[in-house]
Design a binder for this molecule. Sequence first.
Ligand SMILES: Nc1ncnc2c1ncn2[C@@H]1O[C@H](COP(=O)(O)OP(=O)(O)OP(=O)(O)O)[C@@H](O)[C@H]1O
Length: 444
Amino acid sequence: MAKEKARLKPKSGLSKPALSPVAGKGHAPKRPSNTNGDDTAAGRGGSGEGAIVPQAVSRVTSFEQMTLREDVLRGLFAYGYERPSRVQSQALPAILSGRDVLAQAQSGTGKTSMTAIAAVQAVRASSSELQVLILSPTRELATQTHDVITNIGQFVRGLRSQCAVGGGSGSSSKKGQGQSKRSVNSYAGVQIVSATPGRACDLLARGTLTVRKVRLLLVDEADEMMTRGLQERLYDIYRALDSRSQIVLVSATMPADVLAMTDAFTTEPLRILVARDALTLEGIRQFYVDVGTEQWKLDALCDLYERITVGQCVVFVNSRKKCEWLARQLQALGFGVGVLHGDMVQRDRDEVMRTFRAGASRVLIATDVCSRGIDVQQLSLVLNFDLPRDPESYLHRIGRSGRFGRRGMAISLVTSEERAQLRTLETFFSIRIPAMPSDTLDVL
Ligand SMILES: Nc1ncnc2c1ncn2[C@@H]1O[C@H](COP(=O)(O)OP(=O)(O)OP(=O)(O)O)[C@@H](O)[C@H]1O
């Protein structure tokens, strides 16, 4: 297996990556991880099945027992983190020891925060080189991670962290380009960068960002980053790294095909995986409302909207067009809503997130740009106006509520035709999603 991988590895670090799990990093191939059970935590191969034999992973149950610096510990405690969550207690010691790690855990259990802790700890304040790169699939998540780093690193003297996300209505817009130029020199002396892959590649190509001294690459929402349009960019960044740099991949979902790909990025990683039927959180109650046909969804939503009295809510739709349409309908009916989708200019996206996080707006209509990683603690209700296209997205969407042990609720509006899709979700996660009882919202 190792031989075959070496043979398939592109010869030079500069050659184009193969879009398969065979590309090597820098000038050295990654050794395949041990998939016969060593180091593997509970699970049946992540969201996939079968491949991984369950085995216990040791846990360090207090931050003080980890090899964290005093200034990092102070930051953690000041930020309100008293003890590590389960995934933190399993994965963080390995990350701190310099080992590659693949960590899967339920949504809202502290994975992103763990990457922030690891990033702050990894920095040598005496060096002004870029040492840690964190990649996230959306600008909002990259920004959020940067904010957590700033908080946790508040006592680390000389720490310089920066967020690198595209601007304007897309990377090709004039506005976006203008913003890029303005920020050209702002990465000098920065030790941690939290970026989207597109922006990171752009900065690398311009020579604004140099990653040769990066010792730690943290990839949040790793499965998303290894699929769709992001995969190639991730490879490009990865291949620019020094071959000795440490790689950490985290996500709540890890489909089997993506799990197989992680071998190309990691060397004998500690793999912490969760079986599919253990991925949904008990604290998030899930229901569906049978609306019959699509045209009744709006009425059903208005009815729910009037009854939501506590907390905040995200309404997910499947397209940008539908997002705008739904917001217009609700606004015309006098309901105040925020809107978030990927076609909006960055300034508007920032403003929408800012007001939503501050609690100034209670209902957000969003596409899946908001489904992963976004952490708003008062968000207690997720509404699927459209059912998501894949089971992983369902899990990420509902995980916007019920953060870190809080209670949450997820309600899906389904037409008669969509009932089969709902059943597929139930089978996939081994759960039952019952019809919503009439008094449900009162308990939110
Ligand atoms: N050890 C801790 N103690 C207290 N709160 C924590 C701790 N770790 C994380 N949190 C908080 O829990 C919430 C969820 O954390 P985080 O966003 O890191 O979860 P996640 O697993 O990355 O979620 P997702 O799967 O949605 O990306 C955040 O508000 C975070 O500040």
